[in-house]
Write a protein that binds this ligand. Structure first.
Ligand SMILES: Cc1cc2nc3c(=O)[nH]c(=O)nc-3n(C[C@H](O)[C@H](O)[C@H](O)COP(=O)(O)O)c2cc1C
Length: 222
């Protein structure tokens, strides 16, 4: 079972988010193979809105994006981890989200599962967790849940024992959902509506976005 683990903190695994993420990873099942993608060690340029990925299926910017995309396409589940940076994710993770238009238009991660990890200085955790969970759904994947917490010092958290128990439970839940092909009815309505919106969008742009049009046609023919 392959799990792509994406951390967007500029402090990588040495920061607060990395500490909480360690506990989530400790909860993964024995057969899980996590692949750590530390965005502080990767080069992800900002999207320049050129539509190349929609037309051809790949981004023309020369950096690490396509390798990360392949990790997402070939995983069974993935984890997104970020500190709260001004009520949102870090610029590093946002750049990855913005570069994922091709994945989103085609809901390429349908049938996969995602989980979310977040830390903050003082709160608004749910807002950032919700944003990352929405990104998971916009790729076609289902979100199994998220964990977030403010910090009380470097790599320390209030009610740490309880928090870390929940973090390990989240890792375990991600693996269970993958094994059981879990279905979340509360996300189904959003996913269905989003899917038909993306299908319409690509159909409308079919003369330009030829790669995405072909992808959809192949899927519908299956
Ligand atoms: C640029 C920047 C922006 C931040 N914005 C917020 C914020 O809006 N709300 C908040 O509660 N904490 C904020 N923080 C604090 C971080 O979310 C917090 O320290 C987090 O645990 C850092 O995680 P890391 O060590 O994994 O990078 C900010 C920190 C930085 C450096």
């Amino acid at each position: 079972m392959k799990i792509a683990v994406i951390i967007g903190s500029p402090r990588g695994m040495k920061g607060n988010t990395g500490r909480l993420l360690e506990e989530v990873l400790a909860g993964l099942s024995k057969d899980a193979k996590p692949e750590l993608i530390d965005l502080s060690r990767q080069r992800i340029l900002p999207c320049n809105g050129c539509d190349h990925c929609h037309r051809t299926g790949t981004c023309h910017l020369k950096d690490d994006y396509e390798t990360i995309k392949q990790s997402l396409l070939t995983c069974d589940g993935f984890i997104l981890a970020s500190p709260n940076y001004i009520f949102s994710v870090t610029a590093q993770l946002k750049a990855l989200f913005d570069r994922s238009g091709n994945i989103i238009h085609c809901l390429m991660l349908e049938d996969k599962y995602g989980a979310v990890v977040e830390t903050s200085g003082g709160g608004e955790d749910d807002e950032v967790i919700g944003y990352m969970a929405r990104f998971i759904n916009s790729t076609g994947a289902q979100s199994v849940g998220g964990i977030g917490s403010p910090t009380i010092g470097d790599r320390t958290f209030p009610d740490e024992e309880v928090l870390f128990d929940k973090a390990r439970a989240l890792g375990s839940e991600l693996c269970r959902c993958i094994k059981d092909a879990e279905y979340f009815p509360d996300q189904a309505e959003y996913l269905l509506a989003f899917k038909s919106r993306m299908k319409r969008l690509v159909e409308y742009q079919k003369e330009n976005w030829t790669a995405e049009q072909s992808y959809w046609q192949e899927r519908l023919a299956q």
